[in-house]
Design a protein around this ligand. Structure first.
Ligand SMILES: NC(=O)c1ccc[n+]([C@@H]2O[C@H](COP(=O)([O-])OP(=O)(O)OC[C@H]3O[C@@H](n4cnc5c(N)ncnc54)[C@H](O)[C@@H]3O)[C@@H](O)[C@H]2O)c1
Length: 343
């Protein structure tokens, strides 16, 4: 019998390291800060190059980056800008002796990401990536079940995104991101698939992106597309975005097929569920919390625990390099009409 894995975000007992947030945009307001408030985190303050961005948030505002980095109460710098200034900001934080949680995508290219991961390790500091979807409750349970061997060896991961991207109309800055679907959004799906296939070696990535006929005309970036990752041992991961679904039950379905069983479930848009089928029995797991905001506490809690235990966090920059490499390969394949990109 496989019990309910301990999937909820868990901070080390009594320890809430001081957090300084750099970049105070929509994701910080809508997810980082609500998650930190829910889990009793110690947010020392926020800094944004646009002072108006920090106005009205329930946290003190630093007027310069230097001031934030010089504050001894700040142990973790939570970098939540877009990816362009990220690596430089990480370097400033490391130079000030701070651990870092960096939003995804970690960097614009893999070599730069690798270099900064090396730099953090040499400095004896933790650099983690905010792949908060790893702590979306159904995905977190699935990961822990896979790690326990509940489905044996995983040979196929599949995702079906039955949803549109209407949030782009409310937050138009997303529509300015080239490869919004693959690079900014599906990076979470690529990352989790890679976690479920940990240990297997990916050999190639194919991907396509296209505007669907139903996509609202003002939106620029394609909402439809797919990604296929092939592995040396014959395993595969596929991610398909419908780009929109007229249904009363939208969500992002997933399946994990292994040699001894199947995990299936769904995340987002009120669809959260997860079940394990093995040896003729199906177990459905009770769920508490959701990706937004609890996943954001999960990513921070893992870093805080790794600092306390002095170990590599599960969401380390080092572990994230392959996710970034696969994501960038998907973008290159889409630019080349879906031609395979070999790894
Ligand atoms: N689930 C998730 O993890 C999730 C969801 C949405 C967005 N994101 C990621 O979060 C990041 C931010 O996205 P967003 O939607 O909040 O964008 P945003 O544009 O709303 O916010 C970014 C903020 O960073 C500030 N900024 C830019 N450069 C800076 C610098 N050098 N120093 C300090 N502040 C600076 C900007 O002024 C802005 O307020 C992106 O990388 C995006 O991919 C992650």
């Amino acid at each position: 019998v496989i019990g309910v894995p301990e999937y909820r975000p868990a901070f080390p007992d009594g320890s809430r390291p001081g957090i300084g947030i750099v970049g105070c945009g929509q994701i910080v307001r809508n997810a980082h800060l609500p998650a930190y408030a829910k889990y009793g985190c110690n947010v020392v303050g926020v800094y944004d190059v646009r002072p108006e961005a920090a106005r009205g948030v329930d946290a003190a505002a630093f007027s310069t980056l230097e001031e934030l980095l010089a504050d001894r109460r700040v142990a973790i710098v939570d970098i939540a800008t877009g990816p362009a200034p990220r690596v430089e900001l990480i370097r400033h934080a490391l130079a000030a002796g701070k651990h870092v949680l960096a939003q995804k995508p970690l960097a614009l290219d893999v070599e730069l990401a690798r270099t900064v991961a090396d730099e953090a390790e040499r400095a004896g500091l933790k650099l983690a990536v905010n792949q908060n979807a790893r702590w979306a409750p159904p995905w977190r349970i699935a990961t822990l079940l896979v790690q326990e061997g509940a489905v044996g060896e995983v040979h196929a991961v599949a995702h079906l995104l039955e949803r549109g991207f209407e949030f782009v109309l409310q937050y138009p800055h997303f529509d300015e991101i080239e490869h919004l679907l693959l690079y900014d959004h599906c990076i979470h799906w690529i990352d989790i698939s890679r976690c479920w296939l940990d240990g297997a070696r990916p050999t190639s990535v194919h991907a396509r992106e296209y505007r669907t006929p139903a996509q609202p005309p003002p939106t620029r970036q394609p909402w439809g597309g797919w990604i296929a990752v092939e592995y040396e041992n014959g395993a595969s991961a596929t991610i398909r975005s419908t780009g929109g679904a007229v249904t009363g039950s939208p969500g992002c379905r997933f399946w994990i097929h292994g040699s001894e069983g199947t995990i299936r479930g769904s995340i987002l848009l009120g669809s959260d569920r997860v079940e394990l089928e093995r040896r003729g029995e199906t177990t459905t797991y009770p769920l508490e919390g959701a990706w937004y905001p609890d996943g954001f506490a999960g990513a921070m809690a893992e870093l805080a625990s790794a600092i306390t235990d002095d170990r590599e966090p599960y969401n380390s920059a080092r572990h994230n390099l392959l996710s970034l490499e696969l994501t960038l390969a998907a973008c290159r394949s889409a630019d080349d009409a879906g031609a395979p990109v070999l790894l």
